[in-house]
Design a protein around this ligand. Structure first.
Ligand SMILES: Cc1cc2nc3c(=O)[nH]c(=O)nc-3n(C[C@H](O)[C@H](O)[C@H](O)COP(=O)(O)O)c2cc1C
Length: 141
């Protein structure tokens, strides 16, 4: 059975909802899922998974969240080479710059970036389905 690790940061719950939908999709396709707030995640957990989804909203000025997610990403940078990584997160007024930068950064670390899903505010309707579909895709990699 495929194993998927999902780690996220969320201030007002939008990215958390995306994480839950991704988890739901992956489980529906038969994956074993570990879903964790980044505050509870350890960098070493990454070693046990080949498929990992990381989520952060756009914060600061078009950056990932700086207190918890940024140091976590820094801590795993030497562990992600060759791993299949999906990125996701919510934003509001921007154009998705933070996610483009994050994708580029993970690729530089050697990760195989599978997908990057962004949702304006809370996932609803089509964007909800997009998150579920991402989970299904991760389960079948
Ligand atoms: C301090 C702060 C900075 C933000 N900076 C940006 C930004 O640069 N670009 C953007 O599109 N949205 C920005 N946002 C909006 C959030 O990304 C948006 O509200 C998102 O839905 C929050 O997701 P969450 O509920 O998972 O915390 C910012 C929000 C806050 C509170």
């Amino acid at each position: 059975m495929s194993k998927v690790l999902i780690i996220y940061w969320s201030g007002t719950g939008n990215t958390e909802k995306m994480a839950q939908l991704i988890s739901q999709g992956a489980k529906s396709a038969g994956a074993e899922v570990e879903l964790l707030n980044v505050a509870l995640a350890e960098p070493d957990m990454v070693d046990d998974y080949d498929v990992i989804a990381l989520g952060s909203p756009s914060m600061g000025v078009e950056v990932i969240e700086e207190e918890e997610m940024e140091p976590f990403v820094e801590d795993i940078k030497d562990k992600v080479s060759g791993k299949k990584i999906a990125l996701f997160g919510s934003y509001d007024w921007g154009d998705g710059e933070w996610m483009r930068d994050w994708q580029e950064r993970m690729s530089k670390y050697g990760a195989q970036v599978i997908d990057a899903v962004i949702t304006r505010e809370a996932p609803e309707g089509e964007s909800e389905q997009e998150c579920v579909n991402l989970g299904v895709k991760l389960a079948t990699l």
